[in-house]
Ligand binder design. Structure first.
Ligand code: ATP
Length: 568
């Protein structure tokens, strides 16, 4: 049995390292000590989650409850815990410090193993209804009573859903393979399995039971796949040069849905792979009537304004992603789902099949709501340009060019799909950033005004968030104030632990909201930390991307590619 104290010691070691190779070594050693009945739980803990997102079991205890549990364990009053937290800025650190100076010792303490910790965390997450708050505090107190101060630091961060030890999924995959074979020979198989089920715990468990499981891992209903992603190029010529004759599809600007059907059961997942089935009864009904016994397909959902005979805007379409008033919203904003890929059908995994074959299945969608995305075969740049212009004139966002011979690359950004988008003003393109802090306005009423946000991208080489722009325009005043209110709710006393920055903000926030930012050009500046100091010139907010997790923000490598692209 793996003790949680061993895990906490490894987390502490990792926090101090930044090289991926070193981290992989440390993790592989830990994985070797882990049994097959606990590897899944350890992996989830490392990812800072309890289960993959689509299972809908979230951590995220309220801070107040955690403060009470720390108080009960340490013997310090709630007031004293709060005071310490105000100074430390991290409730995990506060728990550690106060437990070191514990005013009372627990009567019985016992060492905790990973399975035990995980199960108690699960009980905390699942407790609901009346009396659940007291129960949550009781469970956490129980854990803290048995914990060393260092264990307490990580337990508290984990239960608050703020455990960011800086180990990315690629490092976990490397380490699993190294732990088993001493090298990365299983890396690709593990990665593929993870990309087609988005459940690292499941992959690790199957791998520990028998590595052959991973080689023959199959796509299947209700195991959502990580979405395939598109590269970008800036001209029709460049696209034809890159992939030659290709299929050009309309690029619809709505939200991505992954739809699964087996028998009469239908589930719909968002791009972040959260289950959203209940939001779309109209879509579910139509999918249920499809003649296939089993199918997984992807499409882009857009609301259509029947009176004006055109699509609603992205903002209006987003009204359909709601928890309440679903029936009303489906009348006001009826959806179309434009199917652009089929990943699995009646027992057959289609992800390894060429696009041209998958497209034959896509073409069969002719429902009232669920219909095939428009697609045309093109071999000349002029023709591609014509379709692109036509798409823009119809109010669409641009086109997607697809390589006819490519498989479906779950979880990967490849030139199998190339996007060509309308530029925003003079903008080259847009990037997705996470907001890490914000500014107050200037002038007399400064404290009531909003001065913009500090935005960061992700560097997969070292697992850090790195700043790329201070963004203060793009939104109307009203939208800005709304954003400010959202950010006030998630103010943090310290910058995110994995942020590299050179400029200060008025307030740090938890890295939670993803924004799409348009810009004129990428430059290099001494103010920002993204890659070689990349910065966005004239950045402006296009929209808040509620459909993206912070794992999906733009990677520094993409920024570098865009920088090189613009120079060429
Ligand atoms: P990315 O998905 O590349 O991270 P993004 O989410 O910001 O970026 P875009 O860059 O605009 O989106 O392009 C990809 C998205 O376009 C897909 O995730 C999908 O939701 C949408 N899309 C619209 N039409 C299509 C289509 N015909 N084929 C594939 N994707 C499409």
């Amino acid at each position: 049995m793996l003790l949680f104290s061993t895990v906490a010691a490894v987390f502490e070691q990792i926090e101090k390292k930044s090289g991926r190779l070193e981290m992989t070594g440390i993790l592989a050693e830990l994985f070797q000590k882990t049994g097959k009945e606990e590897i899944d739980k350890l992996v989830y803990i490392m990812q800072g989650i309890l289960m993959p997102p689509y299972k809908g079991v979230d951590l995220g205890m309220g801070e107040r409850f955690a403060v009470e549990a720390i108080s009960a364990t340490s013997g310090y009053s709630v007031y004293e815990v709060d005071r310490h937290y105000r100074k430390s800025g991290d409730l995990g650190d506060t728990a550690e410090e106060l437990l070191k100076k514990r005013k009372q010792t627990a009567l019985f303490t016992s060492e905790m193993d990973v399975g035990y910790v995980y199960n108690v965390m699960m009980k905390i997450a699942l407790a609901g209804g009346s009396g659940s708050q007291d129960l949550k505090i009781k469970y956490l107190t129980e854990l803290l009573n048995n914990a060393s101060p260092m264990e307490a630091r990580f337990l508290v961060r984990y239960v608050l859903a703020r455990l960011r030890i800086g180990v990315g999924d690629p490092t976990i995959l490397d380490a699993l393979s190294v732990a088993h074979t001493g090298d990365k020979s299983f890396r690709n198989d593990l990665e593929r399995a993870y990309n087609v089920c988005a459940d690292m715990g499941l992959v690790a468990k199957l791998f520990y039971e028998d590595p052959v499981n991973i080689k023959k891992f199959r796509v299947g209903p209700f195991k959502p796949l990580m979405p395939a992603l598109a590269e970008r190029l800036s001209t029709p010529d460049a696209i034809i040069e890159k992939i030659g004759k290709c299929a050009v599809e309309m690029k619809y600007d709505g939200f991505r849905l992954q739809c699964h059907k087996k028998g009469k059961t239908v589930e719909i997942y968002s791009r972040k792979l959260e289950k959203m089935t209940h939001m779309f009864p109209d879509v579910v009904e139509e999918i249920r009537r499809l003649k296939y016994e089993e199918i997984i397909f992807e499409g882009e959902a857009l609301a259509y304004n029947r009176k004006k005979n055109r699509f609603f805007s992205f903002q209006q379409t987003m009204h359909r992603r709601r928890k309440h008033g679903i029936a009303e919203a489906s009348l006001e904003f009826p959806l179309y789902v434009f199917v652009f890929d089929v990943l699995y059908i009646d027992g057959k995994d289609m992800t390894g099949t060429a696009y041209r074959e998958r497209r034959k299945l896509v073409k069969k969608f002719r429902g009232k709501i669920v219909k095939a995305a428009e697609s045309k075969l093109v071999s000349k740049a002029e023709k591609l340009d014509g379709i692109f212009r036509d798409a823009l004139s119809r109010g669409l966002e641009g086109i997607m060019a697809k390589d006819l011979d490519s498989p479906y690359n779950a979880g990967k950004r490849k030139f199998a799909w190339i996007k060509l988008k309308k530029s925003y003003g003079k903008a080259v393109d847009t990037v997705d950033c996470v907001i890490v802090g914000y500014y107050l306005g200037h002038g007399q009423r400064a404290e009531f005004e909003f001065g913009g946000v500090l935005a960061a991208v992700y560097n997969s080489d070292n697992g850090k968030l790195q700043t790329i722009a201070k963004v203060a325009t793009g939104f109307s005043e009203e939208e800005m104030m709304e954003l400010r209110e959202m950010l006030e709710e998630i103010r943090a006393k310290k910058p995110p632990s994995n942020l590299e920055y050179k400029i200060e903000v008025d307030f740090w926030v938890e890295p939670k909201y993803v924004i799409e930012v348009a810009f004129d050009e990428i430059t290099v500046s001494s103010m920002h930390t993204a890659g070689k100091g990349y910065a966005l010139r004239f950045p402006r907010i296009v929209k808040i991307r509620n459909d993206k997790t912070i794992k999906e923000i733009t990677n520094c490598h993409e920024i570098e590619d865009m920088f090189n692209l613009q120079r060429s």
